[in-house]
Design a protein around this ligand. Structure first.
Ligand SMILES: [Zn+2]
Length: 268
């Protein structure tokens, strides 16, 4: 499930190879991938353009084109974006861009929940303004995190997953950061004390830094993420196993329709 670290790994891999490439054609194999935009819009606005840069904000990947338009890819649960020279593409491919020089930029998505949209500069600015600070940037400070937490009555885990609060944290790394900071995922965000907010800030940065490193080294070919990823998960997916800090049992609860893993002894 791609979160910030996986999207960042994909960006690092693609950015130098895509820069300067011309898009010769857009092949949309499943119309729902561009919803609610009609597929011809992407075809019309991207064809003939050149890739200026590839950047990431939160879990969004942006491919900025000459002429001002930007393609935005959101991988959701099973999306993957990679370069290929294969003649026959897998059945799970939803869309591909034909690149100058013969390569293909392929959007592969087994569960078909990911999206590919095209945006004007104004739309990109509006999208970016709705995202919270980038957790691995200078904008993300303990004070800013504490301030946002004070204004939220949601449980800490759901607060962290809100992309308007912190951009890029999902189910896995939110759980890991809360465990590292010793915060109960059910605790209302506004009750997080200043010292805890400071610990949470450090935990988020540390967890994501390690995870980006791990994802970047692990990501060698499409579909390579997931179970094979080497990032050591302390609580996520470990219900009933001993907590590596205190030896207590890790619990799983439901929050916002997803599983939350935590150690009731360590996390208060
Ligand atoms: Zn514990």
């Amino acid at each position: 499930m791609p979160e910030l670290p996986e999207v960042e790994a994909i960006r690092r891999k693609l950015a130098p190879r895509l820069k300067g490439k011309r898009i010769r054609g857009v092949h949309i194999l499943r119309a729902s991938v561009t919803k609610p935009q009609p597929p011809p819009l992407l075809q019309e606005l991207a064809t003939g353009r050149t890739v200026r840069k590839v950047y990431r904000r939160g879990k969004n990947l942006f491919v900025e084109l000459s002429g001002g338009y930007t393609i935005r890819v959101h991988l959701r649960m099973t999306g993957d974006l990679y370069l290929s020279r294969a003649v026959e593409l897998p059945a799970s491919v939803r869309l591909w861009l034909e690149l100058g020089g013969g390569g293909k930029l392929v959007f592969d998505d087994r569960r078909a929940l990911g999206t590919v949209h095209v945006h004007s500069p104004e739309e990109v600015a509006s999208l970016l303004s709705k995202l919270g600070p980038e957790p691995l940037s200078k904008d993300f400070t303990p004070e800013r995190l504490a301030g946002a937490a004070r204004r939220s009555s949601r449980p800490a885990k759901l607060f962290l997953m809100d992309q308007a609060r912190v951009a890029g944290l999902g189910n896995i790394y939110a759980a890991e950061a809360l465990h590292r900071a010793g915060i109960d995922p059910r605790k209302p965000a506004r009750r997080i004390r200043p010292a805890q907010a400071k610990a949470l800030h450090s935990a988020i940065v540390a967890v994501l830094r390690d995870a980006v490193k791990s994802a970047t080294t692990t990501y060698t070919r499409p579909g390579d993420f997931g179970e094979t990823e080497s990032f050591p998960r302390v609580v996520y997916g470990r219900e009933g196993e001993p907590c590596p800090v205190c030896g207590g049992r890790i619990r799983r609860i439901g929050q916002g329709g997803r599983s939350t893993y935590f150690c009731p002894a360590c996390q208060k």
